[in-house]
Design a protein around this ligand. Structure first.
Ligand code: SF4
Ligand code: MG
Length: 328
């Protein structure tokens, strides 16, 4: 197909004392070759579970893929054997996380870790791989690469460690890089530098990126397209331009209003009232209804479909859009 990744009706459930909880509840998501797609939503919306489902890294049990498919270059990863997934995780899809310290080996130098990864993918000598490691570090913007290769993870700052993680992720020249809140732990200046780096690497290498974040500001900086998730479902999807210029779901509108602006007093920052529903809590109708200032009668009884509201792929799951259409 035309897509690098095509998720259809994904259902990832967790078995709990209260029964089976759908953390991801019928998600569709596509990524084209070279595209940067953001998944945005509050913690617990299912965005991380979606990315772990792609990698087949959901702990089983209590987790399980209860339905749907994840086509990566037309191969359904939900049906792939662990041996095959290891190949894919090593060669075709890489992942970086919020806290690089947990993914780095504290006992090996940065150079040794990059060299090890390189040698898993290519038949090169240890010496050649060490030279290559220095090149990789330069590529992710580390100026003192000759020194850094000899250092251990704890000797580096958070921003440097994230650059190292990106270098390691790129060793296998992946077609897809999944980044789960990679800049959340970093201060604003370093965060901007890491986003710039990711943008540059995407342009240079054509690696597609799936960016998982709670921060629409990050999406605006980096992404081409964005998928907004709420309580396990996609509630809106479109190009970054469309979503920021004409958000069609009240939840997305709230997220945009809550992006801090430099000139604004941080104390007066808007936040969407109420809380995300507990996963598995029984709700009828639109799950955002308890927090929605526009809720109507039908919102409490019927779940709206995710519908194309422009005819051009800007999709939203909200009765307000259907009303508008009916009125025309
Ligand atoms: Fe609000 Fe109703 Fe739209 Fe849900 S469907 S977001 S409750 S207006
Ligand atoms: Mg998360």
């Amino acid at each position: 197909g035309p897509h690098l990744l095509e998720i259809r009706d994904l259902r990832t459930h967790f078995v709990t004392e209260r029964g089976e909880v759908p953390a991801v509840d019928g998600v569709d998501l596509t990524i084209r070759k070279g595209e940067i797609v953001g998944i945005v939503g509050e913690s617990g919306c299912g965005k991380s579970v979606t990315s772990l489902s792609i990698m087949q890294l959901i702990p089983k049990p209590p987790g399980k893929i209860a339905g749907g498919s994840i086509l990566f270059k037309d191969e359904d990863l939900t049906k792939a054997k662990e041996k095959r997934m290891k190949q894919i995780r090593g060669d075709e899809i890489s992942m970086i996380f919020q806290e690089p310290m947990t993914s780095l080996n504290p006992l090996l130098t940065i150079g040794e870790q990059i060299s090890e990864t390189l040698r898993l993918h290519r038949k090169i000598s240890k010496k050649a791989s060490m030279l290559q490691a220095v090149e990789m570090l330069k590529r992710v913007g580390i100026a003192r690469a000759d020194t850094i290769v000899k250092e251990y993870p704890h000797q580096l700052s958070g921003g440097m460690r994230q650059r190292v993680m990106i270098a390691i992720a790129l060793c296998c020249e992946p077609e897809l890089l999944i980044a789960d809140e990679p800049t959340t732990a970093l201060d604003v200046t370093i965060q901007a530098q890491i986003l710039d780096l990711m943008k540059k690497l995407n342009q240079e290498t054509g690696t597609a990126i799936l960016m998982i974040t709670h921060d629409l500001g990050v999406v605006a900086e980096l992404c081409h397209r964005v998928v907004v998730m709420y309580a396990g479902k996609v509630v809106e999807e479109g190009t970054v331009r469309e979503i920021f210029d004409r958000p069609r779901h009240p939840y997305t509108q709230g997220l945009i209003r809550s992006i801090p602006k430099i000139e604004e007093d941080v104390k007066r920052l808007y936040s969407i009232p109420g809380n995300v529903p507990m996963p598995g809590s029984i709700t009828e109708g639109c799950r955002f209804a308890p927090r929605c200032e526009y809720q109507m009668e039908q919102c409490r009884s019927m779940v709206p479909d995710l519908r194309d509201v422009t005819g051009l792929g800007h999709r939203a799951r909200c009765w307000l859009n259907e009303e508008k259409e009916a009125a025309v």
